[in-house]
Design a protein around this ligand. Structure first.
Ligand code: SOE
Length: 430
């Protein structure tokens, strides 16, 4: 939790280093500008495990961060790992990785890798992270941190021991790195909404509405840990804690699996889906949706909803915070905007106003495009890479840490426990 990590004047440094495009726009250099200078910086050699949707998103992040931001280390896409040799070779070519491995154990032991980026399903996060930390590497691990609280505890312990040896471990809650959410955190920390009373956070998708959508790994408990709860709920639990700067103290929950049997997948994954095998079905072993309420340590009330059945909602992550002095609202489908109501203004003129979060003073924006030229989903992964590179170079613990990931895991476990007990209020022990 804590303060948002702010970019530190990279645009100005770029200009000073003579890496601006020379067009005198005064707005940072944009993609490609830092390439020459970055080549002379010490490398940060990344080895990534997994190459599907998240692997592609993280690859973009590593590829782009040093070309937009003036980084102290130069991220090098050293090796990518997956079990299928042909598929991983194709992924390496497509995403720009220099070499491939088919066994993650070989990857984490390689002397020419400094940081291991874990983009696999949750069932392997713990084993890979523990091995990578033991091998002396920094680690970035996709969310949710693990499939169980016990795994997340072991990972957090290992990360704390590794920190004493100068290694860093971060969990990939990328939505903290949308400029508008980082700005919202800054505004909450500055007291612009005052004491928080309510948070309303929903994460709505619809890719399971069709009962014939195949039983991909995200629907299997042994691989994914949980369903919409771990996949989408983890993001909104993290955001609620990050934005408020507080912990969730307890929850009451309902979960549901609407379609319990689905066709088995066939062929290569396609985004979140795949082809289906003819006539062969299997059991869905995770939740399709989770609805829960929670209490922050300050006493503020939070409502959460995570579902893959919100027909027509593709990736609708929405947040509203109400405090004694004002309110903030955000919608991922309009991610360059933040709504703010200043409750201290005279009622006559007061109202929600739209902040277009594209000014160079806004988080991460000093190095991108001129005001009004918005960013998208993939930029959150560029910002994630940027922040982690700074943390490694400066030797400071990155956020969100594995301890933050463990706290989210405890909330997810409490949601499941509460849902099993007919929504009984379930406290979360730190
Ligand atoms: C699928 O629901 C998914 O790709 C999640 O796994 C990601 O974390 C989220 O960013 C987008 O949706």
């Amino acid at each position: 939790m804590g303060q948002p990590q702010q970019p530190e004047g990279a645009g100005a440094e770029e200009a000073a280093a003579g890496t601006d495009s020379g067009t005198d726009t005064g707005t940072g250099a944009g993609a490609g500008a830092a390439t020459g200078a970055s080549a002379t910086r010490p490398p940060l050699r990344v080895g990534m495990v997994g190459y599907a949707f998240m692997g592609a998103a993280h690859s973009q992040g590593w590829r782009t961060a040093g070309r937009v931001f003036d980084l102290p280390l130069n991220p090098v896409l050293a090796a990518i790992c997956g079990r299928d040799a042909d598929a991983v070779r194709l992924a390496a070519d497509r995403h720009g990785w220099a070499s491939t491995e088919t066994d993650w154990r070989t990857l984490v032991e390689r002397d020419d890798i400094d940081l291991v980026d874990i983009c696999t399903p949750g069932d392997s996060h713990s084993e890979i992270a523990l091995a990578a930390l033991a091998a002396g590497k920094h680690v970035l691990c996709e969310k949710p941190l693990a499939n169980t609280v016990e795994e997340a505890q072991a990972m957090t312990r290992a990360a704390e021991e590794a920190a004493a040896r100068g290694q860093l471990a971060m969990v990939g809650f990328n939505y903290r790195r949308v400029p508008a959410t980082a700005l919202a955190r800054r505004m909450v920390a500055e007291g612009r909404v005052g004491r928080l009373r309510h948070l309303r956070v929903t994460y709505l998708q619809d890719w399971l509405v069709d009962p014939k959508a195949p039983l991909t790994w995200r629907l299997r408990k042994e691989l994914a840990g949980s369903g919409a709860l771990g996949d989408l709920g983890a993001h909104i639990v993290d955001l609620a804690q990050y934005l408020s700067g507080e912990r969730i103290a307890g929850v009451s929950a309902l979960t549901e699996t609407f379609v319990r049997e689905r066709p088995l997948p066939a062929g290569a994954p396609r985004g979140l889906s795949a082809g289906s095998a003819d006539g062969v079905t299997g059991q869905v072993t995770v939740d399709d949706a989770a609805v829960f309420t929670g209490r922050l340590t300050s006493g503020a009330l939070v409502s959460f909803e995570a579902t893959r059945y919100a027909t027509g909602r593709k990736n609708a992550l929405r947040i509203e915070l109400n405090g004694e002095r004002g309110s903030l609202a955000f919608d991922l489908e309009r991610l360059n905007e933040l709504s703010y109501h200043d409750g201290t203004e005279p009622g006559e003129h007061a109202g929600f106003r739209r902040i277009l979060v594209t000014e160079p003073e806004h988080p991460y924006l000093e190095a991108w495009w001129p005001p009004g030229h918005g960013l998208g989903y993939e930029h959150t992964f560029v910002h994630q890479a940027r922040d982690l590179v700074h943390a490694v170079a400066e030797g400071r613990g990155p956020e969100p840490s594995f301890a933050d990931g463990l706290q989210v895991q405890r909330v997810l476990a409490a949601v499941e426990e509460s849902a099993e007990k007919n929504s009984v209020y379930t406290p979360i022990t730190p």
